[in-house]
Structure formats: C-alpha cells, structure tokens
Design a protein around this ligand. Structure first.
Ligand SMILES: Nc1nc2c(c(=O)[nH]1)N(C=O)[C@@H](CNc1ccc(C(=O)N[C@@H](CCC(=O)O)C(=O)O)cc1)CN2
Ligand SMILES: Nc1nc2c(ncn2[C@@H]2O[C@H](COP(=O)(O)OP(=O)(O)OP(=O)(O)O)[C@@H](O)[C@H]2O)c(=O)[nH]1
Ligand SMILES: [Mg+2]
Length: 456
C-alpha cells in the first residue's frame, strides 16, 4: 500500500459483513459534489439527514435510506464524505456500493483498501497515529476494560502524555542547541539551565508512561497460556472450569485430547487465551503423536505454561523437559490438580511455595490460579489502564528511555560533551515522535493501516 499522494475517491461498506438493522456505504474524496448530484435528485445539505431513494442508473430502486453529506474538512477523513445508510443486508449493500462505484466512474471512485478511511484521517491531521491505531483497537476490543482504554487512547490521552513529554525534550534541545551556537557559554549550560534535574524529571515521567503503556498492552494483547502435562491429569477439565463452559471433551480415558483447543477468557477484563493440548507421553498412535508434536509447538509459543499434574502422582520429571523447550523468560506455573482426591494434610507437599494445588472438579483454588496468571502478566489488579498501547509504542518508549539515560551519562561526564548530549536528546525526541506518527516510515504506516478492516 502506498501512503502518500492518493486522493481518488474511495468507497466501501462501512458496517460489519452479515445482516444487521442498518448498513452503511461510505464514500470519501476531495470533492464529492458532482457525485452527490449524480446519485440523488435532491441537493444535499451538509450534515443533515435526508431520507431518499437509492436508485440504480435505470432509475430502479435498490434501497431507500438515510443520506448524510459531510463537507471536508468537517468529516471523519477530513475530505468530503457521503454516507448511504440503507438496510443491513449483504446483497443489498453490495448493490448500493456497486452502484456508487459505477455512478462515480467519472470521478474515479474506487473500492477502498483496508484502513484507508482512517489513513486519510491521519494524513489530513484529523487523528495522530496512536489515535488511528486506537480506532482499530476499539473495534477489536474483546472486553469492556479494553474498550474503555482504547477509547481513552482515541480521545488522545496517550498521545497527550507522549506529546507533553516530547515538548519538554524539545525545550531542553532548544537550550542545548542555542548553547552549541555560542560555544563560550558551553561550560555552564548544564548548571545555568538546570539541565540535569530537568532531564531527571523527564526520565521519571517517561518511566511512569511506560508502566501505564505496559498495562495497556497486556489489556490489548492478552496472555497465551498453554496447559501442558501428562494425559488424564485434568487439562481439559481445567480449561472448561476456567471458561465456565464445556469447551473441550473430558473423559477418564488417557489420550482424549488430540488437537489443541483454544478458548479466550477474561480475568479482570484482561484477555487470556487458554490453549488445551494433547497429554504428553510416548505413543504408537499416529494421530496422538501428531497431537503431541502440536503440544510442543504450543509450549514453545506460550507466554506462560501451566504444567498440570495429578495430585496422586505429582512429579516434576516432565517439567525439566518443558523448561528445556522454553525461551528463558517464559514462566512455568506448576499446578497440582485433583486435590479433592487426596487427603490434603497427608498428600502433596503443600509447603512448596511455587506450586498451586487446585481441583478443576470442585473449583478449589481456581481464584488463586486466576490471580497468579494476572500477576505473571504483570497486571496490577484494580489499577485502571489509562489507555491502550501496542508493542510498537512500548518499544519506542524504551528506545527514548535509553537515549535519555545516555544523555544523562554525558551530562555527568566531566568534560560534558554537549553535542553528544544534544544528539541523544534528538534521538529520544524522534523515538517518541514515532508513536504519534511525526517520524514514521511509509512502510510502517502501510503495515498499520492494512491491518484494519475494510471500510474503516
Ligand atoms: N454514521 C457514522 N457514524 C460514525 C462514524 C462515521 O463515519 N459515520 N465514525 C467513523 O469512524 C465514528 C465517528 N467519527 C467521526 C469523527 C468526526 C466526524 C466529523 O464530522 N467531524 C467534524 C464535525 C465535528 C462537529 O460537528 O463537532 C469535524 O471534526 O470537523 C464524524 C464522525 C463513529 N460513528
Ligand atoms: N476428582 C477429580 N477428577 C478430575 C479433576 N480434574 C479432572 N478430573 C477427571 O480426570 C479425568 C481426565 O480429565 P481430562 O480433563 O480429560 O484430562 P486431560 O489432562 O485433558 O487428559 P488428556 O486429554 O487425555 O491428556 C476425567 O475423568 C475428569 O473427570 C479433579 O479436579 N478432581
Ligand atoms: Mg484433554
């Protein structure tokens, strides 16, 4: 997808595919007056709801509905936007869209690419990049907590925090660069402008934004939790208990689960993707062997592995093998199941701190397990996430932090190399600017917008 330059009028169905009460076809372009006149006999008053027939080129009715005309720049995209709000059936909407494209041929109207409306809103400065991403995140939000945070980002809360920090860096840069132009003053620049305490303040506030961003990212991405263990220890039962639903087949036969079963649940609004897998053992069964290979593949991809064991013969012999397959930082949570079958005082060694003793059957300690998962995710319970963030944002914040720390080291140095100090500030400024799209390559923009749905 190319980012710069294209302003042909674009059209798409803006509502979700499938049946709905209402469906919307949306067109955006630099000037849609001609098209509006071609589509409707009545002149359209900007920002007024008109009830009109949608006729084809022979004058036959396709649908009748509400028409809205937004004159740029007072529209979502900043261009002229024409909305045809008809009945929400897939076939009728396809006909309305097709008619708009055909009638719009003289003006070069074409089908929009995914994210192209929002991309134009970004290019026309209606939204910055973090806000544009928040549009997609709001649509994708799987929990109310995630939706609330995405809306905060869309309203500009995240962008504002980042921009305010950047303003302070810019101010400091200005002072340094001015000093660089007057070398005789260089010696006391840092003292004169309180550069060190100013920088310390910026570094501290950046750290706070990073903490919030991490929280926001957990809310967006969730956590991939893989249930692994020997056959029959109760993995599928645990999945069902956590999901509160009969998602996976449970039987007393070892080797019941062959394929992986993935279910998304929410804990505290945090999406958790739970993956139930085939029990790990040596087997001659072809199907089961393939299933077990998939289990290992899932283990390698996990954010957290729950190593589930049966309380009646709990052993960590498998845990060593699992640990070997994991990237060093992936945590393994040892969980012993079926504690309802053993005498709690005589049975498992409950002194082991890292081991959790549960019963998928009775629900014993499942709350504790949920809390542990949130804990591992780095989720601070009760703390609202002030906005949603993406991995890309977190990386940029990290990068900015590194440059600021390096600038701080230069400031500490005896000979106070001012131009190096200035350069690190510039790099920090650029890293933060990438979040809101001030410094962002076309490739990255293409990648971001193409992940949107069509019509957005
Ligand atoms: N029918 C409809 N509903 C929708 C959208 C849409 O495009 N069409 N949106 C699409 O995502 C969202 C709303 N986004 C919008 C953002 C700005 C403007 C707009 O016209 N802004 C003008 C006027 C503001 C005003 O009157 O105060 C402006 O900012 O100048 C419209 C929709 C959600 N609901
Ligand atoms: N008493 C008791 N039985 C349980 C518990 N959890 C699971 N079971 C029983 O253990 C048996 C195996 O459960 P599954 O959930 O199918 O075990 P699995 O680990 O998924 O087994 P595979 O899919 O074969 O690897 C079933 O008969 C369950 O009812 C528990 O907490 N207590
Ligand atoms: Mg199973």
């Amino acid at each position: 997808m190319t980012i710069s330059g294209t302003t042909d009028p674009i059209a798409a169905i803006a509502t979700a595919p499938g049946k709905g009460g209402i469906g919307v076809v949306r067109i955006s372009g630099p000037n849609l007056d001609g098209l509006a006149a071609a589509l409707f006999d009545t002149p359209l008053k900007a920002r007024h709801a008109h009830y009109l027939p949608f006729n084809d080129s022979q004058g036959q009715p396709i649908d009748a509905g509400i028409v809205l005309y937004f004159k740029g720049p007072h529209s979502y995209t900043g261009e002229d936007v024409l909305e045809l709000q008809g009945h929400g059936g897939p076939a009728v909407l396809r006909r309305v869209l097709q008619h708009c494209i055909e009638a719009g041929r003289p003006w070069g109207v074409r089908h929009a690419q995914p994210g192209e409306f929002t991309q134009r809103a970004f290019l026309n400065d209606r939204l910055d990049l973090a806000q544009a991403e928040a549009v997609a995140d709001l649509i994708d939000a799987s929990s109310e907590a995630a939706a609330r945070s995405a809306m905060a980002s869309l309203s500009g809360a995240f962008s504002k925090a980042v921009s305010e920090l950047n303003e302070r860096i810019i101010h400091l840069r200005m002072l340094v660069e001015a000093t660089l132009d007057f070398p005789e003053e260089e010696i006391d620049f840092l003292e004169k402008y309180q550069a060190k305490p100013t920088l310390d303040g910026i570094i501290a506030d950046l750290a706070a934004i990073r903490r919030d961003a991490r929280q926001g990212m957990i809310l967006r991405e969730g956590l991939h939790v893989v249930l692994a263990g020997r056959p029959n220890v109760g993995k599928s039962s645990l999945l069902n208990a956590l999901a509160g639903d009969d998602v996976a087949i449970v039987t007393a036969i070892a080797g019941t689960t062959r394929d992986r079963v993935i279910q998304q649940i929410h804990i505290d609004g945090v999406p958790i993707h739970i993956v139930d897998t085939a029990g790990l053992r040596e087997t001659d069964d072809e199907v089961e062997r393939i299933g077990i290979a998939r289990t290992w593949a899932e283990i390698e991809r996990a954010d957290v592995v729950i190593h589930l064991q049966d309380a009646r013969d709990a052993t960590d012999e498998l845990e060593v093998q699992i640990a070997q397959r994991l990237p060093v930082r992936t945590p393994i949570l040892t969980v012993v199941n079926k504690v309802d079958l053993i005498d709690a005082t005589a049975g498992a060694d409950t002194s082991e701190e890292d081991t959790l003793y549960i019963s998928a059957k009775t629900g014993h300690n499942l709350d504790q397990l949920r809390r542990r998962l949130l804990d591992i995710a780095g989720w601070s319970p009760g703390a609202q996430s002030p906005w949603l963030a993406r991995e890309r944002h977190l990386r940029a914040l990290e990068e900015a932090g590194e440059h600021l720390n390096r600038a701080r080291e230069h400031a500490e140095h005896d000979d106070q190399v001012l131009d190096l100090f200035a350069e690190e500030l510039r790099l920090a400024h650029e890293a933060l600017g990438a979040i809101t799209g001030q410094f962002t390559s076309d490739d990255l923009l293409g990648e971001i917008f193409s992940s949107f749905c069509i019509g957005k």
